[in-house]
Design a protein around this ligand. Structure first.
Ligand SMILES: Nc1ncnc2c1ncn2[C@@H]1O[C@H](COP(=O)(O)OP(=O)(O)O)[C@@H](O)[C@H]1O
Ligand SMILES: O=c1ccn([C@@H]2O[C@H](COP(=O)(O)OP(=O)(O)O)[C@@H](O)[C@H]2O)c(=O)[nH]1
Length: 235
């Protein structure tokens, strides 16, 4: 049985690299598309926001002398590239992934509006909402929180490369322990870096729970939609 009827899935751009150092790994992309198609076929309404870190991050551009705003705009364009790739991969699974963009760029994608995204989802299509928030100095985590609230998703699924929220970054601290549940306040008080503060605040203020789970393990998306608690619930 499905536990949620409408979700917003955040996919990390960085995870799309798979084993590569840059860009899009076809195997990983195909695996994501397969997992998402499974959800669509179960009748779940799915909105998606993808990051762009596999192609460009505004902040890392700054360290190389890029103007921050230009760098962030490049990062936002990177999320559009990833969204187009996902839409194309979904098509091979017989699923329509409609790409919406936060910044006008028809015919690459439709200019985003909440109503259009909801109509697409009700029609059995996946709404892939790209271009971040359309503004520099934000992240795709914040864009995900914003879109999740806008499209009235019951929960945000943060599909990432770690199993959940830990007491410290598990990629740096082998002794870090995983939480099954944690509140937004505790994430803030413990200064945990699983999401940025803007995204955390937006979720908290709008009572949007977040499920953090490992998207790189096949079958996990189906597990979380059926209510299996494999990741960390943030409430
Ligand atoms: N307390 C924490 N618990 C879990 N992951 C954490 C924590 N602090 C930092 N991280 C890092 O956050 C990353 C997940 O965030 P995500 O947005 O998917 O990645 P990225 O920011 O690289 O795109 C993990 O790969 C992990 O290294
Ligand atoms: O609303 C937004 C969302 C994203 N970005 C830019 O897009 C890049 C890629 O997004 P993010 O780092 O969140 O992607 P991820 O880490 O999930 O791959 C960021 O570094 C920012 O430069 C932005 O400027 N505004």
């Amino acid at each position: 049985m499905i536990k949620y009827k409408r979700i917003l899935l955040k996919l990390s751009g960085e995870s799309l690299m798979g084993g590569q150092k840059y860009g899009i790994d076809e195997v990983r992309l195909n695996d994501y598309a397969e997992q998402i198609a499974e959800l669509a076929n179960m009748g779940v309404q799915v909105g998606i926001v993808i990051g762009g870190g596999n192609i460009f991050r505004g902040l890392s551009g700054t360290s190389k002398g890029f103007d921050r705003v230009k760098g962030d705009q490049m990062g936002m364009m990177a999320t559009v590239i990833n969204s187009l790739a996902l839409s194309s991969a979904l098509k091979t699974k017989g699923i329509s992934g409609r790409v919406f963009t936060a910044i006008r760029m028809e015919p690459i994608g439709e200019y985003y509006a909440k109503e259009k995204a909801i109509a697409a989802m009700k029609n059995g299509e996946i709404a892939i909402i790209s271009g971040g928030t359309g503004n520099p100095f934000f992240t795709t985590d914040t864009a995900s929180a914003l879109r999740a609230v806008e499209i009235e998703a019951e929960i945000m699924f943060k599909g990432t490369r770690v199993d959940g929220v830990y007491t410290a970054d598990p990629e740096k601290d082998p002794k870090a322990k995983k939480f099954d549940r944690i509140s937004f306040d505790e994430i803030y008080n413990r200064n945990l870096r699983i999401m940025d503060l803007t995204a955390t605040a937006l979720c908290k203020e709008n009572n949007l729970p977040v499920m953090v789970f490992n998207m790189d393990q096949k079958g996990n998306l189906k597990k979380v939609i059926t209510g299996e608690n494999i990741g960390t619930v943030v409430y």
